[in-house]
Ligand binder design. Structure first.
Ligand code: BTN
Length: 147
């Protein structure tokens, strides 16, 4: 029993650490990015699909309204620090944005979503196609809810 105790302790810690990682990087919840945009992702389904609402802090237009997002993620109990993607159908402009990224757990146990995005804005004629797509990076951190 004396010899078994350290083994059980190590096993417990290993399982505990694994469980910790598994709980992280399920994307459901509230997130804020480096330019102050917020998104709320609803429950992630068993196959990784999710829906949510995106509230951007900036816009190429004047008006901003919370807009729906539709996405999918690989699930962290299958692969740690999973990849994901989502599309935002802006309710107040003719644009569509697509984000793709990966959820990381940093050395402090904090989840960070590293993403790249493309935003396609509608242009009126073929000759303007060259200027219709923007590209960029955003980093999101989880907003803890204090209820
Ligand atoms: C538009 O301007 O037509 C829609 C709003 C676009 C907001 C973009 S999407 C990529 C970048 N990251 C954000 O959080 N907001 C901007």
């Amino acid at each position: 029993m004396v010899q078994a105790t350290p083994f059980l302790l190590v096993l417990f810690l290993a399982l505990g650490a694994h469980g910790h990682t598994v709980k992280k990087c399920i994307l459901a919840g509230h997130w804020k990015n480096d330019i102050g945009s917020n998104m709320t992702i609803s429950e992630v389904k068993e196959n990784g699909d999710f829906t949510g609402i995106y509230n951007t802090s900036v816009s190429a237009t004047t008006k901003i309204v919370p807009s729906p997002l539709l996405g999918s993620q690989h699930l962290p109990y299958l692969q740690n620090q999973p990849t994901f993607g989502f599309t935002i159908h802006w309710n107040f402009s003719d644009s569509i944005s697509v984000f793709t990224g990966q959820c990381f757990v940093d050395n402090d146990g904090k989840e960070v979503l590293k993403t790249m995005w493309l935003m396609r804005s509608r242009v009126g004629k073929l000759e303007d196609d060259w200027k219709a797509t923007r590209i960029g990076y955003n980093e999101f951190v989880r907003q803890e809810t204090h209820e």
